[in-house]
Design a protein around this ligand. Structure first.
Ligand SMILES: [Zn+2]
Length: 58
């Protein structure tokens, strides 16, 4: 049983940026970003993490 349809052509990480640790909130690679103040998960990675992921992929 699949909860949601998977977009075609996305054979990579489910969320961009998760391949590297977050330099902002210190989330480990593969883990979602969190708000350090209260530990809540973010729906999207921190922008600085996306930059780090792009740098690692390049
Ligand atoms: Zn983060």
């Amino acid at each position: 049983m699949t909860a949601a349809p998977r977009p075609a052509g996305l054979g990579r990480a489910p969320q961009q940026g998760l391949t590297v640790p977050c330099p902002h909130c210190k989330a480990n690679a593969g883990r979602p970003c969190t708000i350090p103040a209260n530990g809540r998960r973010l729906a999207a990675p921190h922008p600085s993490r996306l930059d780090a992921a792009e740098g690692a992929a390049a």
